[in-house]
Ligand binder design. Structure first.
Ligand SMILES: C[C@](O)(C(=O)O)[C@H](CC(=O)O)C(=O)O
Ligand SMILES: [Mg+2]
Length: 303
């Protein structure tokens, strides 16, 4: 009832242990708190909290307009709905290294298990669009060092994301990405998110280059091909995210349902596609609230 019962520390510990096993952990993106619980019910390993989704939810493009307060607040709402660890997108860390330090502590307080900090310049762009720029290596490393020094729970996962691959379209971009990933690991990053890798071979080259866990971003309509969990596991990737997919699916279904409602004047033809009232009640654990109420109020007052 209410929210999850696993403490943030236990979730972080569990994430560390699962990562140490070398298996591929699957983190679909939750577009709201309730969808996080559905992700857990379906047997996934964790919940991803996407910056692009948070921005879209507010009707904003993903260009660094959301604030730390908004991101941590929504992150907390999502993370507390599930027993699974949640990894959140902390964009560029919301400012200078000192801001990055505050960001990490705020996300720890929000019950998050780990975050990624990227090396784009401010204002950032979606990692799969053209026209991105990255900061120099020194600035990128300072962000990560600040994050590592700020955390109070040593199990909080600090992941460095590099967007440098797409700044040079040819093979030179991959070399830049490998060099930067190595430097980020030396600066203390627990894991690497190599953004906008184009092929499985590029992911494999990154796997060769560093020893820490690696994340693959399977976002649709972007620069990477969409690889299966089997393909990614085979080359030794450790986490896969589908950051915006569930929002895209929900919005696509809503779009089509609105057309039908407009045309037909009713939604009777859409019932099969809807989450049933009973399923919703089950997911929010309605029954436990009823039991709680009966336990509290079913007593006799002795006079
Ligand atoms: C992973 C990502 O940072 C996100 O905010 O979810 C985005 C996803 C997207 O825009 O498709 C990204 O920059 O890849
Ligand atoms: Mg993002």
């Amino acid at each position: 009832m209410l929210y999850g019962t696993t403490t943030p520390q236990a979730k972080r510990r569990a994430l560390r242990e699962r990562l140490a096993s070398g298996e591929l952990l699957r983190f679909p993106g939750a577009f709201n708190p309730l969808s996080a619980r559905l992700i857990e019910r379906k047997g996934f390993d964790g919940v991803y909290i996407s910056g692009a989704v948070l921005a879209a939810d507010l009707g904003l493009p993903d260009i660094g307009l959301t604030t730390l307060t908004e991101v941590a607040g929504r992150g907390e709402q999502i993370a507390r709905m599930t027993e699974l660890p949640a990894i959140i997108d902390a964009d560029t860390g919301f400012g200078e290294p000192m801001n990055v330090a505050r960001t990490i502590q705020t996300l720890e307080n929000a019950g998050i298990a780990g975050a990624h900090i990227e090396d784009q310049i401010n204002p950032k762009r979606c990692g799969h669009l053209d026209g991105k720029s990255v900061v120099d290596e020194d600035t990128a490393l300072k962000r990560i060092r600040a994050a590592v020094e700020a955390r109070r729970d040593p199990d909080f996962l600090i992941m460095a994301r590099t967007d440098i691959r797409a700044t040079e379209p040819g093979p030179g971009g991959l070399r830049l990405a490998v060099d930067r990933a190595r430097a980020l690991v030396d600066a203390g990053a627990d894991a690497i998110f190599p953004e906008a890798m184009r092929t499985l071979e590029e992911f494999a080259a990154m796997r060769e280059a560093v020893d820490v866990p690696l994340l693959a971003n399977m976002t649709e309509f972007g620069k990477s091909e969409l690889f299966s969990t089997e393909q990614l596991a085979d080359i030794g990737m450790n986490i896969v995210i589908w950051p915006v997919s569930m929002l895209r699916i929900a919005m696509g279904a809503t779009d089509r349902a609105l057309d039908e409602l407009h045309a037909e004047g009713h939604l009777a033809g859409k019932l099969d596609e809807m989450q049933h009232r009973a399923e919703l009640y089950d997911l929010v654990d309605y029954e436990s609230y009823n039991r709680f109420d009966s336990g509290v109020f079913n007593f006799e007052v002795r006079r």
